[in-house]
Design a protein around this ligand. Structure first.
Ligand SMILES: [Fe+2]
Length: 120
């Protein structure tokens, strides 16, 4: 995945564990989620509340994607007997799941605020 942020230390450890060198790659899935978000904002004159809700939804979609990616990598590491890599990836998976939960909770709070505002 190409990213403006440095590769996570634990991912660097996974590559080192596998005697591999990490290489930056573009991620069309995350780019698509970002484009969907940007297109929505460009095409709709949304209120601040709806804009925030759409942003939390986009964030949740990205987290789901990352969770699926880590789950697949852990399955692969397990199958290859790469226990340490699987353990490190599992740590990242838990962080992504926690991030998703936070976004979903924020989305629920926002949705209630937007809904209350629409009804009053
Ligand atoms: Fe994430």
């Amino acid at each position: 995945m190409r990213s403006a942020v440095p590769l996570r230390t634990d991912l660097e450890q996974v590559f080192a564990q596998l005697n591999e060198k990490p290489k930056a790659e573009k991620c069309p899935a995350i780019d698509g989620i970002k484009k969907e978000h940007d297109d929505f904002l460009a095409e709709h004159d949304a209120s601040a509340g709806i804009t925030d809700l759409f942003l939390t939804g986009s964030g949740a979609r990205a987290e789901h994607y990352e969770i699926a990616a880590y789950s697949g990598l852990i399955t692969m590491a397990d199958a290859l007997g790469e226990d340490e890599a699987a353990k490190l990836l599992g740590k990242n998976l838990k962080e992504e799941q926690a991030a998703l939960k936070d976004l979903e909770q924020a989305g629920s709070r926002l949705a209630k605020t937007v809904g209350d505002g629409a009804r009053s």
